[in-house]
Design a binder for this molecule. Structure first.
Ligand code: WT7
Length: 699
């Protein structure tokens, strides 16, 4: 077929570069990723960008990609400093673009980019764009939970509002380096608050507004914020959630359990969700956002910061019960999010961009707020739920704003796919030109549905692999450059050197499967875990000395394409949300009738993974539906609704080794009912527990 021919031409190009002495061949890593002898055959499942798309793209062919990639690896200083020069720096960085120790055997891990450079990311997102003539361009199209509710902010209006809030924060004593907790839903005020913090050098820590009071308390105690910014309530679908009540509890508990006193709580009145009069109020501490910010000037001088000064903290789950405060700094993060956004989505100034992620997660930091705004993009910010009022809402929004780039998660794709094509096809979607996926591997059938039905077989899909820790995209298609394979995140972004290692930490070449690590730092890398550099080193740099360990498994096929296979640690990925099994377990055992709990992930049709909990009750407590409900409620209360177990499996005992270690391998097999694959159970302290568990499986 003609597609096959074009694919072969694409790949042959790469092949010829590899063989050319001055081509990519002398970068050992590229040898491994680039297709060897194989060329596309009939069985190969390649999807090509159309010629129209490729010819207008920022990167149009594998050859162009390889040239840029090769330069980024061989001359990172030159490559990144050219890009960085497009931003405003009050003072240029020192002689080193990057200074790192990436190898734990040589001492403490240290990563610095553009050290000595003085800049401000809010200035680069707003003032710089306004000065360049984008003042009247829409920065935010806000779409409320109700389809009739919307608003817009131009770049200069956004700058005004950010300055007013920044002035207020300064006035109440927030200074450079102070932490500010932001607990807001997807209102315009959420990016406004982030940018206002960045403007004055304060370190924002956004807590996803789906987290419970207990989870918020834990984060307040860890980062000791000067202020908490929230709103009175939000509507998600038909339901109102009283966020201010949650904040009240968290502030109270942080004082009680952590000795933290929060003197100021800034509350945005969200009139569509709750009336002012109905909001519980603590005089002296609580302040209405709308009462104070209009009184402040719409200009606010920028706090100039070092490239390595902290920009934000974002908590994420690990394999212990305690969330990790991932710390990102300013300069490298700025350069990296802007560049990845531009290339992975083939961004053009005329694009209207919509990312469905919430700013409470890293995706919303890097690809709702910073990456797009650094590019002067028009961004849709959506407050509501994609199924409200019905499953056509996304496409209604796409048509309403003429969205050109639509970035979402596989879980949403699968749930919309299940609801049927009619919800999609009744909308035009003609404006769409690039689709994106993030959060977990996208299964090929969901990929095809997204491609064929949503994108009318016209829009390339950027399946972006990255993490809270990486700040920005690491492995991602460049939509005009490569033939795609449904389900593969394809190739590394500029400057990124992924390697696949075996259990001993030895790099494996060619077609292989193993642990995904990164060699050498990239500008957007996190610099530490807040207050715990040792945990940073132990978790990420000790497992495979010399590399950053992602926690993910990955295979590479004969053509060099990367296929992510999921977490290899005790982290579950539910609807693209990362949840530590230990966190759920510790929530469960806090229930007085729960003696022990072991949590594993199981395949889930829509969520990707579901949470499956084995629970041992305290002696004498009967199993009951009520207890099951109470246990689930406990997890909702301690973490948040998104972490609620899908299944509670009563367990008279848990399979343990003689040294007391729970054998999760066996639990995973029982949870997924692969009972003929239990493997060797003879090393268990009490092998009979396995049969007991199987008997209770569906009770
Ligand atoms: C984990 C990171 C980074 C944004 C959202 C999640 C998984 C993420 C992909 C992808 C396969 C993916 C990985 C990773 N993941 N994107 N395109 N293909 N897996 O951020 O909460 O830090 O989770 O999400 O397992 O380690 P996060």
């Amino acid at each position: 077929s003609s597609n096959n021919l074009r694919t072969n031409n694409f790949l042959r190009h790469v092949e010829s570069m590899r063989l050319h002495p001055s081509g990519a061949g002398h970068i050992p890593y590229l040898n491994a990723i680039i297709l060897g002898e194989s060329l596309a055959t009939e069985e190969d499942d390649f999807v090509l960008p159309s010629e129209d798309f490729a010819s207008q793209a920022n990167v149009q062919s594998p050859e162009q990609y390889l040239k840029l990639y090769k330069r980024s690896i061989e001359d990172p200083d030159g490559f990144w400093s050219e890009i960085a020069s497009q931003f405003y720096w009050k003072q240029r960085w020192g002689d080193k673009v990057c200074d790192e120790n990436f190898d734990i055997r040589n001492g403490n891990i240290k990563i610095e980019w553009f050290k000595g450079g003085i800049t401000n990311i809010c200035y680069n997102c707003l003032d710089r764009n306004v000065e360049a003539g984008l003042g009247d361009k829409v920065a935010i199209y806000w779409e409320g939970n109700e389809p009739s509710l919307d608003a817009t902010l131009t770049y200069s209006q956004l700058l005004d509002q950010v300055c007013q809030l920044a002035n207020y924060l300064k006035d109440i004593g927030v200074k450079k380096g102070d932490a500010v907790i932001i607990y807001l839903p997807m209102l315009m005020e959420l990016p406004i608050a982030m940018l206002a913090c960045a403007r004055i050098g304060a370190v924002h820590s956004v807590v996803f507004a789906g987290f419970s009071a207990e989870a918020l308390t834990q984060r307040i105690i860890d980062c000791k914020p000067k202020v908490v910014i929230t709103c009175n309530a939000v509507k998600r679908g038909p339901k109102a959630i009283h966020l201010k009540d949650i904040v009240d509890t968290a502030i109270h508990d942080s004082a009680q359990n952590g000795g933290i006193s929060i003197d100021k709580c800034l509350v945005y009145e969200n009139p569509s969700a709750m009336k002012k009069e109905d909001t519980k109020w603590k005089e002296g501490r609580d302040i209405w956002w709308q009462d104070v910010t209009p009184q402040y000037p719409t200009t606010c001088p920028v706090e100039w910061v070092d490239a390595e000064d902290p920009l934000f903290l974002l908590y994420t789950s690990g394999s212990t019960g305690k969330p990790k405060g991932v710390l990102h700094t300013t300069g490298g993060y700025m350069v990296y999010t802007a560049t990845t956004f531009k290339y992975a989505f083939d961004y053009k100034p005329s694009d209207i961009y919509w990312c469905t992620a919430d700013c409470g997660w890293i995706t919303g930091h890097s690809y709702v707020t910073y990456g797009p705004m650094l590019n002067g993009a028009s961004v849709v910010v959506f407050e509501g739920a994609p199924s409200y009022p019905d499953s056509g809402r996304c496409w209604d929004i796409v048509d309403k704003y003429k969205v050109t780039i639509f970035y979402t998660a596989p879980t949403l794709v699968r749930s919309l796919m299940r609801d049927g094509d009619a919800f999609v096809t009744r909308y035009s979607r003609k404006s769409l030109r690039v689709l994106g996926s993030v959060g977990e591997p996208i299964n090929p059938s969901a990929w095809r549905w997204f491609y064929n039905v949503v994108g009318d077989s016209r829009c390339p899909i950027s399946d972006t692999w990255w993490q809270t820790e990486t700040g920005g995209f690491m492995i991602t298609p460049l939509p005009g450059a490569w033939p795609q394979k449904p389900g593969s995140a394809t190739f590394p972004f500029f400057g990124v050197q992924p390697v696949i290692v075996d259990e001993k930490g030895i790099e494996i070449e060619g077609e292989c499967n193993g642990y995904l690590c990164i060699k050498k730092s990239w500008p957007g890398a996190f610099r530490t875990l807040y207050g715990d550099h040792e945990r940073y080193e132990t978790t990420y740099f000790k497992p495979f000395a010399g590399y950053y360990f992602s926690g993910d498994g990955c295979s590479r096929d004969k053509d060099g394409y990367h296929w992510l296979t999921g977490r290899v640690d005790d982290v579950i990925n539910v609807s693209g949300h990362r949840i530590g099994t230990a966190e759920v377990e510790s929530a469960l055992v806090s229930h007085p009738q729960c003696a022990e709990a072991a949590v594993v992930g199981v395949e889930h049709e829509v969520k990707g993974q579901g949470i499956y909990a084995f629970v041992t009750v305290v002696d004498g407590v009967p199993y009951s539906e009520q207890l099951r409900k109470d246990l689930i409620l406990t997890v909702r209360k301690l973490i948040g609704a998104f972490a609620a177990p899908d299944k509670i499996h009563w367990a008279p005992g848990l399979p343990k080794t003689r040294s007391g270690k729970i054998m999760r391998r066996i639990l995973r097999k029982i949870a997924s009912r692969q009972l003929d694959e239990l493997g060797d159970t003879s090393t268990l302290a009490d092998p009979s527990v396995v049969n007991q568990l199987i008997e209770l499986a569906d009770s």
